[in-house]
Design a binder for this molecule. Structure first.
Ligand SMILES: [Ca+2]
Ligand SMILES: [Ca+2]
Ligand SMILES: [Ca+2]
Ligand SMILES: [Ca+2]
Length: 288
């Protein structure tokens, strides 16, 4: 995929999420409250109690503003913006984790145009800003990253990151030594246009696997881990047109992990029912 199409694709992801939110809202009657209304190109958001005061705050990325920020909840749903970085060129994704095991939530952000993934080390200050943020760069310069997810890939108790690089048609994971020093490893180096990745132990064998969505190949795959962090691909679906999102949850509550996915060009949200042995049957939630 050419980089010039990224803005459209990012908008499409946001649209799919809105479609999903709309359908859920029909059933559950949500009312809208604005956290921030001028976060240009808002593309990724995570809920986390960043300041550990008992209420959920928000961390977000704004693609057009090149900005990463967190929004402090006063406890009644009123939010105050704190900028973490206003120089993260085409910020495309955020994630949170305690990278250095010091008890604070740190923040990851992908910079699509810098071809970097940064992590921001939180230091509590006690003042109004609450934290200072020190930016660190992951090694290897992930090329055109659209997704960064946190998980303990090698089961050593330290949270690692899984990253998609659509510029290099690659999925990698970065091993954390527990102090925020990372070592790069390969998951797949010839996976065309990996738009979204999602780490999960899909077959419940204790090893962290990785799901991926490729837009160009309209494909959903899972990469099974063998216990030595070597991964082999199984295709779940090779006909989800515009595949742009994938995650996993036990949707039918029968004890195994099912898969949830979205395709922008086919205007589809679907789920894949696990028969208990990682054979999946697709069901459309909404489609064109
Ligand atoms: Ca809070
Ligand atoms: Ca680890
Ligand atoms: Ca597994
Ligand atoms: Ca299930």
């Amino acid at each position: 995929m050419h980089k010039k199409s990224i803005s459209f694709m990012l908008l499409a992801v946001f649209g799919i999420l809105l479609i999903g939110a709309f359908h859920i809202a029909l059933a559950l009657q949500f009312s809208e409250h604005t956290v921030v209304g001028n976060f240009n190109g808002a593309i990724s958001v995570k809920a986390v109690d960043l300041d550990k005061d008992g209420d959920m705050d928000a961390v977000g990325a704004a693609f057009n503003d090149d900005e990463v920020a967190w929004y402090e909840n006063d406890g009644s749903g009123q939010f105050t913006e704190h900028v973490i970085d206003n120089n993260c060129d085409k910020a495309s994704f955020v994630a949170t984790a305690d990278v250095d095991n010091d008890g604070d939530w740190d923040v990851f952000a992908a910079s699509y145009s810098d071809d970097e993934v940064y992590w921001y080390e939180a230091e509590p200050t006690g003042g109004n800003a609450k934290f200072t943020w020190t930016r660190h760069t992951l090694p290897g310069s992930p090329n055109g990253s659209t997704c960064v997810q946190t998980a303990d890939v090698n089961n050593d108790g330290n949270v690692d990151v899984v990253i998609s690089e659509i510029g290099d048609d690659r999925i990698g994971w970065w091993q954390n030594d527990g102090h925020g020093t990372f070592t790069e490893h390969n998951i797949a180096d010839d996976y065309k246009d990996p738009y979204f990745v999602y780490p999960v132990d899909l077959d419940n064998d204790g090893n962290m696997d990785v799901l991926a969505a490729t837009h160009y190949k309209k494909k959903i795959s899972w990469f099974k881990a063998n216990g030595d962090q070597e991964f082999s691909e199984t295709v779940i679906d090779d006909n989800l047109v515009g595949a742009i999102y994938v995650s996993a949850v036990d949707l039918d509550k029968d004890g195994d992990m099912d898969i949830l996915a979205a395709g922008d060009e086919s205007k589809t949200i679907c789920w894949y029912e696990n028969d208990g042995d990682q054979t999946f049957t697709r069901h459309n939630v909404v489609t064109d």
